[in-house]
Design a protein. Structure first.
Length: 784
């Protein structure tokens, strides 16, 4: 007779405990219907608890609760608990308490100072909710701090504790089990892990977390502003994993290819998609596969070729989907999933990777910009890996007429009419193939006119296409000419271009800025009527209007083809793009243009450097809500660091090093340590202290400089320049320009790598002028 194999999901509740299991059931058809012949358990998630705050009440006696760099102290008050197997996993503390948070790292202390005015945080609190592993309770909570109340619980105290518990308990370690259970189920923290929600009087709710699974296991989060105050690796964690890490270290699989069919209704910000993901397992065994997808998008089904329909769960408050595999996949197994999903996903706001300046004085404009929707790296508009992951892709994007699409990849063929429901507006499907790996997939939807499209000779085959919103067509032609010069110049510096196609999308917006995913760049043209003052920004160069374009195009090489290992290393993208844009200024308008740009960058870098090291990445300026700090340091200071390295190493070795770094890191994520190793190998210099000071440190040297002219008996002269550090020693180049009476000008570089240095430049004839740091290349304060 007929037989079938069914996949069954079960959720079993026993008291407060829950267990989620996937079964495989074999059935055969008999005369009286179907009969099960075998039932096999495939996988399960154990240890789920429906947390309940117990009515029993404890009196607090001089309680100290400790986590790494955290102490919660409460002299007296009341406590209630919730239990899992093994004991207490949750505590509600109410009373007059004090939170003390003391990170040791200088950069973290600087962040705390920005947040609170002090390098350590010490603040009062009235309520706290702590989650921990029951086995850790004795070690974390001081002896005798919780005294069971004999005289019976106070109903009012329990009611107040419960009200707080209900507010905060769902915020951590909670699962959404979809159709299986409507209740809130919670996981027990792993041993050593802990979360403390603390209601302070001064800062509102603060969340402290220690999670061993994270590369940076300690964090302190400010709920009201939704910002991390601190994120760092504990000393124990650093010892285990070393100083450098990649966000890829913990990943369990590598996505090889995406194949996406998506229908967009931009006016409603609505997407319906079917995405096929092909991945190779990189961990030894993988029983669940975590994908990233915007929380607002509903997963309709997940099907694998091999196992049929798969179960999934979503974590509340996160853009995650956890897919349960019927049996653990082994290393190097290939997995193919088809995910059907849909829902509302808002167009991306400018974020980390977007060079958009801050408007100081924003007034409404009279002409609205052409509507435009961007779905990119911050949208999670398609199922993707938990961190960016180089993969090839095929996109079929359907939008209503008359909208157009530019997306990652090379457009294949012309858009074709798509089937639509009766009565709906006509729609077209655009297809894009990307055979060259990209980190993420992006698209922009608007009305576009094609301005030009041409092959760019003189290197690997590449096509440059320029499209623009209708109103910007006239300006877009000039933009296209600039783009070609920029593209050709960068390709000559690095010998190659990563992607066979570059589309420049000239769009309009209230603010200048841009975005540069693989295969295309979006540049915003400000509308003539936009009444916005944005010039007081680190990336606004008045005398250099093509700066944004040059910066965005550079991202095809730096940021896309070569990416960064984790957020600390974002300067590998932004600093390099910024320096390439500066180099292009010099290429087009001569050395004075480069010096002018460097001088402006230096002013910003000197002003903002106290906020922290380049290595803090996006967190610079984050707490203050001032992204100019981030741009002043991760863009500008990092560009100066590259320029200093070039002056120290000499042009030939510097650019050879850049090419080597580019080739070695192509379609990979690189870090400061990788860059240092390549530059050391190429230049023979020891650059340990150079990067230590400039990338991980945030001081600026003060240097006393002087010069004399020595006259020799034979009629020749020598210019002698001395430089002396007034504090810690930095490695840096000081450019000296000497003008002779004859009008001849020559340059020499004093490379300072010790407390003091001297440069002797023999010259013929009389010296008219000596200028120290003439090109503004050294990031230092000079005493003369
Ligand atoms: Zn950028």
């Amino acid at each position: 007779g007929a037989s079938a194999t069914l996949l069954l999901d079960s959720f079993v509740e026993r008291g407060p405990e829950g267990r989620l299991t996937t079964w495989s059931a074999d059935a055969v058809k008999t005369g009286g219907g179907w009969r099960f012949t075998a039932l096999k358990q495939l996988s399960s998630i154990d240890g789920l608890y429906r947390l309940t705050l117990e009515p029993a009440q404890f009196d607090i006696r001089n309680l100290t609760l400790e986590g790494t760099d955290l102490v919660l102290h409460m002299r007296s008050g009341t406590a209630h608990v919730a239990r899992a197997a093994g004991g207490t996993t949750a505590l509600v503390l109410r009373g007059k308490g004090e939170l003390i948070f003391t990170p040791a790292d200088e950069a973290e202390r600087a962040q705390l100072r920005i947040f609170s005015g002090e390098p350590v945080l010490r603040t009062g609190f009235t309520e706290a909710f702590v989650r921990l592993n029951p086995a850790d309770l004795a070690a974390r909570v001081s002896d005798g701090a919780l005294v069971a109340r004999d005289s019976g619980a106070d109903a009012g105290a329990h009611r107040r504790a419960l009200a707080y518990f209900d507010q905060v308990a769902g915020k951590t370690y909670s699962l959404d089990l979809q159709d299986l259970s409507r209740e809130r189920w919670s996981l027990v923290p792993a041993q050593g892990d802990m979360v403390a929600e603390v209601r302070t009087g001064k800062y509102g709710d603060l969340t402290y977390a220690r999670s061993a699974g994270e590369s940076e296991d300690i964090s302190l989060f400010h709920r009201a502003s939704r910002r991390n105050i601190s994120v760092y690796a504990s000393p124990a964690h650093l010892e285990r994993r070393g100083r450098f890490y990649s966000e890829d270290d913990g990943r369990e699989y590598d996505i090889l290819d995406h194949d996406i069919d998506a229908r967009l209704t931009p006016a409603r910000e609505w997407i319906e998609g079917t995405a096929r993901v092909r991945a190779r397992v990189t961990s030894l065994a993988m029983s669940t596969m975590r994908l990233r997808l915007a929380e607002s998008l509903v997963v309709r089904s997940i099907v694998s070729k091999e196992h049929g329909r798969l179960m999934h769960v979503r974590v509340i408050g996160q853009n995650n989907v956890i897919v349960t595999l019927p049996r653990p996949a082994q290393k190097d197994d290939l997995i193919e999933l088809e995910v059907r999903y849909g829902g509302r996903v808002p167009s991306q706001l400018p974020d980390r990777e977007v060079a958009a300046v801050t408007a100081q004085d924003f007034e409404p404009i009279t002409i609205p910009p052409e509507p435009r929707w961007i779905y990119s790296n911050r949208s999670y508009w398609y199922p993707q890996a938990m961190v960016t992951d180089y993969a090839t892709a095929r996109l079929r994007i359907t939008v209503p007429e008359p909208l157009d699409v530019v997306a990652t990849g090379v457009q294949s063929g012309v858009p074709i009419a798509a089937p639509v429901a009766p009565g709906s507006a006509p729609a077209r499907t655009f297809t894009f193939e990307s055979g060259t790996p990209s980190r993420y997939l992006s698209l922009v939807v608007s009305r576009f006119a094609t301005i030009s499209s041409k092959a760019i000779g003189g290197g690997a085959p590449a096509t440059l296409t320029v499209v623009s919103t209708p109103r910007q067509a006239a300006r877009a032609r000039a933009t296209g000419e600039q783009a070609e010069k920029i593209f050709t110049y960068y390709r000559s510096l690095l010998g190659t271009a990563p992607y066979p196609k570059l589309t420049v999308v000239v769009s309009e917006s209230e603010l200048p800025g841009g975005h540069s995913p693989a295969y295309f760049v979006i540049v915003n043209q400000t509308l003539p009527t936009a009444n916005v003052t944005w010039r007081a920004d680190p990336v606004s160069f008045d005398s250099y209007p093509s700066f944004f374009l040059a910066h965005e195009i550079a991202h095809q090489w730096w940021g896309q083809a070569v990416s960064w290992k984790n957020y600390h290393e974002q300067w590998i993208s932004e600093g390099f793009a910024q320096y390439f844009a500066a180099l292009y200024a010099g290429e087009m308008n001569g050395p004075a243009a480069l010096s002018g740009v460097m001088r402006q960058m230096r002013r910003w870098a000197l002003d903002e450097t106290g906020a922290g090291p380049i290595y803090l990445g996006y967190r610079l300026g984050h707490l203050e809500g001032d992204s100019r700090v981030f741009r002043a340091l991760v863009y500008n200071k990092a560009a100066i660091v590259l320029h200093m390295l070039r002056r120290m190493a000499g042009d030939e070795r510097f650019f050879a090093g850049l090419r080597r770094f580019y080739e070695q890191s192509l379609f990979e994520k690189a870090g400061t340590d990788d860059f240092r190793r390549v530059m050391e190998a190429e230049t023979g210099l020891n650059l340990e202290r150079f990067f230590e000071r400039w990338i991980y440190g945030f001081g600026v040297p003060t240097i006393r400089v002087s010069h004399t002219v020595e006259r020799n008996p034979d009629g020749t002269s020598a210019v002698v320049v001395t430089a002396q550090h007034q504090g810690p020693v930095y490695d840096l180049p000081i450019t000296v320009e000497i003008e002779l009476a004859s009008g001849a000008v020559r340059q020499a570089v004093l490379v300072l790598t010790a407390a003091a240095g001297e440069l002797r430049v023999p010259v013929e004839g009389r010296v008219r002028r000596v200028s120290v740091d003439s090109d503004s290349a050294a990031l230092a304060r000079f005493l003369r």
